[in-house]
Design a protein around this ligand. Structure first.
Ligand SMILES: *Cc1c(COP(=O)(O)O)cnc(C)c1O
Length: 363
């Protein structure tokens, strides 16, 4: 089998998604499956849909385009504010987009009018994490203007926490989002069908038994794929953490001194390396590198330590074991390593389960 490759177990992904869908349903919350980490791969999307996710969200219009081409039949949302330069594609491909800039929404409206389509809008509200969002005090004025825009349908509001600054979703910021939804409905005599509370970082709050108020949607990516919440990266009870793993192949295996020799300057990435180990180590090189993964996001098997990585080489201390050239090693990945591996044209994807056994490369 070709290496490096991602082994993707659709049954485990479906189990994870289904478990979260059921637990959140009991709290009155539906799941938007977030597809960006796997670039909208239709096999994985179908596993999410079998699990009962209500809609799909992606931050890249290109991935939404792929899902359209694969005839995915679920509402598709662009969950990053559209680029002005992509307004035509956004209106043509996405049912809904998440927005924070009136200028963009005006452009979406004019494109929608011209092409005789309707386009849904979820307005993102800033609640403290300082990534995207309209300041709460500006929300009503924004709504006032977009209600007058042709071919634009205001579907709801949302927020995103726990991403840039790690601000945790809690009773107070979630109650604020609910109150904003109530206030808009009361002032404008409209109904907001979506109140999207956040991402995998919201699970602890949503499943804690707290009053979920008006929140009726969470956008989940990492928790479905990796089985953890994202505030402390704790495993979620009953979920698989090994639905996806990475396999790479050994291309060199030698006993080498732990310490480099010669005059030491910057490495290939402008860093000064400090190596504490002394003596001789069993060093192995795998044919994968920073172009394909985030080396800090890989978890090696017990007894094996990742020493470093350049663009195309991953260097290991294999400890007491000797890894012959040609042998393979399996790693668990964090989200950062996963997204990079999924988007590397050098990493194939071996999809298992879901009643299919197929090897594909996205490119
Ligand atoms: C990526 C993303 C998500 C999903 O986040 P996870 O932590 O993977 O669940 C949700 N909302 C927005 C706006 C995103 O960009």
């Amino acid at each position: 089998m070709s290496a490096p490759r991602l082994e993707i177990d659709l049954d485990k992904i479906q189990h994870n998604a289904c478990t979260l869908v059921e637990r959140l349903a009991s709290r009155g919350i539906a799941v938007t499956g977030v597809t960006k980490a796997f670039l909208g791969n239709p096999d994985i999307v179908h596993a999410l849909l079998r699990a009962g996710v209500r809609s799909l969200g992606d931050s890249r219009i290109e991935n939404i385009d792929s899902m359209r081409r694969a005839n995915i039949e679920a509402p598709l949302a662009l969950i990053r504010s559209p680029m002005l330069s992509q307004a035509e594609q956004v209106v043509a491909l996405a049912d809904v987009s998440f927005n924070t800039e009136l200028e963009v929404i005006r452009k979406l409206s004019s494109v929608a009018l011209k092409t005789n389509r309707n386009h849904g809008i979820v307005l993102m509200v800033e609640l403290g994490d300082l990534r995207e969002g309209i300041m709460p005090g500006e929300l009503e004025n924004t709504v006032l203007e977009i209600l007058g825009l042709p071919n634009i349908l205001l579907k709801g509001i949302g927020t995103n926490l726990a991403c840039r600054c790690g601000v945790s979703p809690d009773a107070s910021n979630m109650a604020e989002l609910s109150a904003l939804a109530d206030a808009i409905e009361a002032r404008f005599k409209i109904q907001l069908s979506i109140v999207s509370g956040g991402n995998s970082g919201n699970l602890q709050w949503a499943l804690s038994g707290a009053d979920t108020g008006r929140i009726n949607d969470l956008r989940l990516g990492e928790s479905i794929l990796l089985g953890c919440e994202t505030l402390q990266r704790q495993t979620i009870d009953g979920l698989y953490t090994d639905a996806i793993s990475l396999i790479a192949e050994v291309i060199e295996s030698k006993d080498k001194p732990a310490q480099p020799w010669g005059e030491i300057a910057q490495n290939a990435f402008g860093e000064h390396t400090v190596i504490r180990k002394q003596g001789t180590i069993a060093q192995a090189i795998l044919a994968i590198g920073r172009q394909d993964i985030d080396p800090d996001g890989l978890e090696a098997p017990d007894g094996i330590e990742i020493l470093g990585a350049s663009s195309d080489h991953l260097i290991l201390d294999t400890g007491a074991s000797y890894l012959p050239v040609g042998s393979e090693l399996r790693f668990q990945l964090n989200y950062s390593a996963l997204t990079r591996a999924m988007s590397s044209p050098f990493v194939t994807q071996h999809i298992m389960g879901g009643n299919t056994e197929l090897v594909s490369n996205y490119f």
